[in-house]
Ligand binder design. Structure first.
Ligand SMILES: Nc1ncnc2c1ncn2[C@@H]1O[C@H](COP(=O)(O)OP(=O)(O)OP(=O)(O)O)[C@@H](O)[C@H]1O
Length: 466
């Protein structure tokens, strides 16, 4: 064996021994060496720390004399390795490994390597505390990053969402990336959660990030994490990014159209290579994440205008789910409204009257289901009784319904006449009120009997598709 000796020409045997002693002293375990006669030749500083025996007390003396019961001399006779031998001297407890020193097939000494048990105990305790803490944090993170919705929670499976739900169910179990497009509030995140919950990743995190809500200069470090010192005010120890957090699960990138070109390039690299590098770091980490992206922008048009990378677009757009706006699937309105009412524990038994329902049909719903949800919440809160009436609907909605009845693609004369009639009835009712007295007055003004008015209202309630 050869050692790298500094300036070996001027290196005496004494220097050489000191060099080796320096190495042995640097070891964090206690080391004791005896010669073939059982005389202690060397101990390192850690040996003194662990056993409490000083160099002066032991060097040059027979080990057996100073440490009665020591097993190291046995190693001299049988040449065997021993490990994990427990020793206790006073209050000091330690575990020892022993090995013979063999030269030309002869045992010329033995070495014992010891570790303090109290240190092992302390480390074990620390490790088990850390493990508990990690488990607690994992649970907390799991709760934060969990998908709550499944396909049965999506209302419209038998109506306007039939096709898109079927398509989503089909690809849920695959590993394919998905692009979900649709206006704001149409349920893009709901679909993403349902896909995650139907996949084999359902017990892993579902991490949602709104790319438009995070300042552009922070988005990269949020997604990929950063190393300590990556920039001023970076956290001690660095920070894990959302990709790492979503490892083995799903990352939902909402408003992907708002990502800068620079970040688009980095995202593409991650999707291609399945590895991320934290900002300011060198190490690459493997990640297994399914990406579901969503946007309410026309991403294809952005690609054509070179505002969105085409290669990234094709990577994300492996499966494309297009969620129609609520105004194009008003047949789902009644079911969504009743589902929204049922979700309110204290008001789950409330109903909605026909006029109010007709008015919901008339409205255009630019904010889609989110707006409908807010509308129903509002109405439930201000309703006097247990029935939502049109008077409980937000003023802005009512005003818009009267000002711009929703355009209809249906140009049949019967439909146009019915729409006009319906508009006339609702307009008068707005002025007279929807209670019994108001309806009586409305019938009078419209020149019809009260019974005809009631008949027409129940007809339009049943029809409910203007
Ligand atoms: N078909 C549906 N059935 C039941 N609830 C729905 C449906 N679609 C949407 N919702 C509810 O409407 C709200 C808005 O949905 P979501 O956040 O998924 O929309 P989004 O398209 O992701 O919106 P944005 O683009 O603004 O992020 C949520 O509370 C969601 O649960």
């Amino acid at each position: 064996m050869s050692f790298p000796l500094p300036n070996s020409q001027h290196f005496s045997l004494h220097d050489y021994i000191q060099w080796l002693e320096g190495i042995i002293d640097a070891i964090h375990d206690g080391i004791l060496v005896i010669d073939a006669n059982g005389i202690v030749q060397h101990i390192n500083q850690e040996y003194t720390v662990i056993t409490g025996v000083s160099k002066q007390a032991i060097i040059g003396k027979p080990l057996q004399e100073i440490r009665p019961g020591a097993q190291l001399p046995l190693t001299l006779t049988d040449g065997k390795y021993r490990s994990g031998i427990y020793r206790k001297e006073g209050k000091k407890e330690y575990v020892v490994d022993m090995a013979p020193i063999i030269h030309r097939d002869r045992v010329i000494g033995a070495v014992s390597v010891c570790k303090s048990v109290s240190e092992v105990h302390a480390l074990t305790k620390e490790l088990s505390l850390s493990k508990k803490r990690v488990a607690q944090l994992e649970k907390a993170v799991g709760h934060l990053h969990r998908a709550n919705y499944t396909f049965p929670d999506i209302v419209g499976a038998e109506g306007g969402l039939k096709k898109v739900i079927q398509q989503a169910r089909k690809i849920a179990t695959s590993a394919l990336n998905v692009l979900i497009t649709g206006e704001s509030g149409t349920g893009k995140e709901l679909f993403a959660q349902a896909i995650h919950q139907s996949s084999h990743r359902k017990n892993a995190p579902f991490v949602a990030v709104n790319c438009a809500a995070i300042p552009l200069h922070l988005l990269e470090s949020e997604l990929f994490g950063y190393e300590e010192g990556a920039f001023t005010h970076s956290k001690h120890g660095g920070k894990m990014g959302l990709f790492e957090l979503a490892h083995t699960g799903t990352l939902f990138l909402d408003e992907i159209g708002d990502m800068t070109q620079d970040l688009q390039a980095k995202l593409l690299r991650v999707l291609q290579e399945g590895r991320i590098r934290r900002v300011g770091g060198l190490e690459e980490r493997e990640i297994d994440v399914r990406v579901i992206a969503a946007t309410n922008k026309d991403l294809q048009a952005m690609v054509e205008k070179k505002r969105f990378r085409d290669d990234l677009y094709y990577r994300l757009n492996v499966v494309h789910l297009s969620i129609p706006p609520l105004r194009q699937r008003k047949q789902d309105l009644a079911a969504i409204v009743s589902s929204l009412i049922r979700q309110r524990p204290r008001q789950a038994h409330f109903t909605i009257d026909p006029e109010a329902m007709v008015m919901l049909h008339q409205y255009d719903w630019p904010g889609n289901i989110r707006e409908l949800k807010n509308t129903i919440d509002y109405a439930l809160n201000i309703a006097d009784g247990e029935t939502i009436t049109s008077a409980d609907l937000p003023e802005t909605l009512r005003r818009q319904v009267f000002a711009n009845p929703a355009p209809s693609a249906d140009r049949h004369l019967k439909t146009i006449v019915e729409q006009a009639e319906y508009q006339a009835i609702v307009t008068v009712l707005q002025e007279t009120g929807y209670d019994g007295k108001g309806k009586k007055e409305a019938a009078k003004r419209l020149g019809i009997s009260l019974a005809t008015l009631y008949n027409k209202l129940s007809y339009y309630k049943m029809k409910g598709d203007f």
